[in-house]
Design a protein around this ligand. Sequence first.
Ligand code: HAM
Length: 425
Amino acid sequence: MPVIRAPRGTRDRLPEEAAAWARAEAVAADLASRYGFERIETPLFETTELFVRGLGEGSDAVAKEMFRVGGAAGSEEEEPAWALRPEPTAGIVRAYLEHGLHVRPGPLRVWMLGPMFRYDRPQAGRYRQFTQWDVEVIGDPGPAVDAELIELASRFCTQVGLDDASIHLNSIGDAACRPAYRAALTAYFAPHRNALSEDGRRRLDTNPLRMLDDRTLDSGLAAAAPKSIDHLCDACRDHFAGVSGLLDRLGIVYELDHRLVRGLDYYTRTTFELFPPGRTGSQDALAGGGRYDGLVEVLGGPSTAGVGFGLGLDRVVLAMAQRGAPGEPSPALVAVVGTQPSDVAERLLVAGALREAGLRVRPDGSDRKLGRQLEAAAKLGARWAVIVGEELTRGAVVLRDLADGSQREIALDEVSSATRRNADS
Ligand code: HAM
């Protein structure tokens, strides 16, 4: 029989990667809590209309990469117009409106961690299913929260061992000033139309801002293109000065990046991305985000400010592995072995008692000789072996240190403290 393989663009998270994932997820959850965010979960699929309206019909995520979902085979229902979520922000804003979260006092601060789906061409760091840590603040228009979120994303990178991530920052204006900027870009690129790629020409016609993040664009042409920060209205200019001034005060180093326009249509004003060292293209970003002050209204709610970011955990874990950054340490493993082939039940009972005491335990359920069981325990990476033998009649076992081979009899209820006391030895 041929072996069945995983779908293209998906990754199995094998046990070897578990410690790095655990570290990234633990740091995300801990920081979110310490920054005053609450967890939210939305469905993995939503109506296609949500993404079309929220992210924009012309965005790559909708136009090219939407993972559509049908109903059950043979179902009588009309084909439902659903799609796997390409990103979480639209779903969170939908939930915000659907559950009346906007009538709660104060801005809503929420976070989410889970898989997203984009039917993109798979390559290194770009998958069809990937995991994001997402952080959103809805209802806070001031520049302080933009700076706070950029600082949070940067702190996350530092805490997982990627302390040299670089921050790129831009402002792409709002409904008041962007039309004139779009017109300036169109006028600038139009004479070069024939030199553009097919994708470039499409971008020029549908969303000239996206010309700037077309990596096939001639770098000289891109560098001399009109810059959005030179076309901001007074309100956007003040906001941007507020964000950059606060980042300076916080000692956060960033780079102004005129080509940072983001791929989803909902962005206004602040846009930012974080990159691992030596990388600058959106395809390599560890995180991306910005302000979306028009999105709540586009999805049927009152005019409400919003800002957030998504951090790609698959890319973070890959970067951690390349860097040799440590994962989440797991407690020392204790193997439970027995002197008699027939004492398997006793080993399971002892394993249960040790787990109850908080230890990480793997009992040997085989009928092989003690020596073989000990060899297997060492191969598994166990730090300790608890040997079950005739001492059990007096509530004791033999505790063997697999690092140096020393062993001693010990009361069963002292194993936990003895192994923890020596955990670092
Ligand atoms: P995004 O830039 O599309 O923004 O995605 C955020 C991050 O998710 C990227 O920087 C990258 O690390 C990761 N990512 C995106 N696509 C893939 C992929 N195909 N494979 C692996 N990783 C990927 C958003 O999704 C916005 N919702 C962020 C946001 C939140 N803006 C405001 N609030």
